[in-house]
Design a protein around this ligand. Structure first.
Ligand code: AMP
Length: 114
């Protein structure tokens, strides 16, 4: 838990989140500013600031985020039509919340990569 981290606060229920999935290690919730009909953020419950900060020995966390995103895409019925998974890292990557997260975007035709 990082006391200044908004996503840690959602994990701890200190602030509300529109939670769509939870297990012992992961939490998924709808993005507060959705960029597509489906826009879910999948995070590890443990605080990791960015992709740069994932310890090599813990890289499986990335696979777990992906597996969870894939299952959520199937549950929302966008697995066959298609979807996008994004992990922004640091300032030029567009990261604004420094708690590791994967965006699941879908439900419309997505274009460009900014
Ligand atoms: P990023 O730019 O990759 O760091 O993405 C951070 C995302 O978190 C943005 O899409 C924000 O809209 C989203 N976000 C910020 N605060 C919240 C919140 N309290 N609940 C849900 N999503 C949030």
């Amino acid at each position: 838990m990082n006391a200044n981290c908004i996503f840690c606060k959602i994990v701890d229920r200190a602030i509300p989140g529109d939670i769509v999935y939870e297990d012992d290690e992961l939490l998924a919730f709808n993005d507060v500013s959705p960029q597509a009909p489906v826009h879910v953020l999948i995070i590890p419950k443990v605080h990791i600031a960015s992709v740069n900060d994932v310890p090599e020995g813990d890289a499986i966390v990335i696979a777990k985020l992906t597996t969870c995103a894939r299952a959520l895409a199937k549950a929302r019925g966008i697995d066959e039509s298609g979807y996008r998974l994004i992990m922004n890292c640091n300032a030029e990557g567009g990261q604004t919340v420094f708690h590791l997260h994967m965006h699941l975007l879908g439900g419309r035709q997505l274009r460009g990569l900014g």
